[in-house]
Design a protein around this ligand. Structure first.
Ligand code: GRF
Length: 232
């Protein structure tokens, strides 16, 4: 009698392996942890790495039982030396994607090229508007009626890579930096797991030129508008 085939994962696509880089509180990391725990994101957090040893996000990783590493950038003589050490650490975990979630350091070109088309970032604006810092204050100062967040591929130019997805919020009368940033962050916590899920399922793909496609067609320059949709 033939024995039954072993109950292994060979017939199932394996979960996307993610290394998340953080510098601070890690609320986006938490959203990814929760989405995976709730069975909504077919991914595996293989490591969390922080350039700041006291980043609260490291405790989130610890609580979730995720391997976590603090790599203190102040102990390195140059950006290049630190990025080389970081790259070495990341590659030990063999990720499919490197996920920047509040990682507050500029990246050297060598590092970015190494992860070309497999590194994403979340940014608190509707890119290409408001690259860089202080996005909420700048949106308020400009009197914009709309704001939001974007997930994009990372390229050597700051906040400039192809956009995968966005979620929009209205700017309300009386909004402050605090109220607006809280509203945008709620959207970030939906947007990041959503985009990662589309990558995990193969609905979003990146071609050899670094151009994102959704279900086989090139994406619009503003990516997918996921406003109002839920992670299911
Ligand atoms: C987020 O607002 C993200 O858009 C920006 O940094 C912040 C990180 O927050 N890149 P957290 O550490 O995920 O709470």
């Amino acid at each position: 009698m033939e024995s039954a085939p072993p109950q292994s994962d060979v017939s199932k696509p394996s979960a996307l392996r993610l290394v998340v880089l953080i510098s601070g509180s890690g609320t986006n990391l938490q959203a990814i942890i929760d989405a995976i725990a709730n069975g909504l994101l077919p991914a595996r957090l293989v490591a969390v790495i922080s350039n700041r040893p006291l980043a609260a996000g490291l405790q989130r990783a610890a609580r979730a039982g995720i391997p976590h590493v603090a790599l203190d950038h102040t102990q390195y003589s140059s950006r290049e030396a630190f990025d080389a050490a970081l790259q070495y650490q990341i590659d030990q975990f063999e990720p499919d994607w490197v996920v920047l979630a509040g990682y507050m350091r500029l990246l050297s070109t060598t590092f970015v090229e190494h992860y070309r088309s497999r590194m994403v970032n979340i940014h608190p604006s509707l890119l290409p508007e408001y690259k860089g810092l202080d996005t909420h204050a700048r949106v308020l100062a400009a009197g914009d009626r709309e704001h939001g967040c974007s997930v994009h591929l990372v390229t050597p130019e700051l906040d400039d890579g192809a956009i995968l997805g966005q979620r929009r919020v209205n700017v309300l009368p009386g909004d402050t930096v605090q109220t607006l940033s809280e509203r945008v962050q709620r959207e970030e916590h939906l947007l990041y797991p959503q985009c990662l899920k589309l990558l995990a399922l193969g609905n979003l793909t990146i071609d050899k030129h670094g151009v994102p496609h959704y279900q086989g067609s090139p994406l619009a320059t503003t990516g997918l508008d996921l406003t109002g949709t839920s992670l299911t």
